[in-house]
Design a binder for this molecule. Structure first.
Ligand code: TYD
Length: 133
């Protein structure tokens, strides 16, 4: 459920030369199999619009900001991500949508699986029917 999603604080080292954030394996509640990122995203763009049967993920606004809507079929929540040191952890079976991208936003995704279209649920109705059991 969306109650199992959470904001993960990514440790950082800051000094007068700038900031350095580090993601080591204990920061993320799964083994990372894949990293991908969205960039050059038009501000009116809508991304996501799917759930995953197997994939867990952590979503990070490496630069700029955007909003993530998460939905478990019972409740729905909108979360603004705008800090490179905060990751949104999403367990399996969470419907997510991403919108309101700022200019220059970079959305980094750490994923627990390699890419497999078969584990996507891309229709909201299918997701709802499945989450009702
Ligand atoms: P899509 O799932 O629509 O992106 P988002 O969830 O960010 O809106 O993926 C866009 C395209 O990229 C689609 O054709 C599938 C492909 N893709 C890969 O080939 N590998 C990947 O790891 C991902 C995430 C997507």
């Amino acid at each position: 459920t969306i109650g199992d999603s959470k904001i993960i604080e990514i440790p950082k080292v800051h000094d007068e030369r700038g900031s350095l954030a580090v993601i080591e394996k204990q920061v993320v509640p799964f083994a990372i199999k894949r990293v991908y990122y969205l960039y050059d995203v038009p501000s009116d763009s809508y991304r996501g619009g799917h759930a995953h049967k197997e994939q867990e993920s952590v979503i990070i606004a490496l630069s700029g900001s955007f909003e993530v809507i998460i939905d478990d079929g019972k409740s729905r929540k909108r979360i603004m991500l705008n800090k490179p040191t905060q990751g949104l952890y999403l367990p399996t079976n969470i419907w997510r949508e991403i919108d309101n991208f700022s200019s220059g936003a970079v959305c980094l995704v750490l994923a627990s699986t390699t890419y497999n279209e078969d584990e996507y649920i891309r229709e909201y109705e299918t997701f709802i029917n499945q989450s009702l059991g």
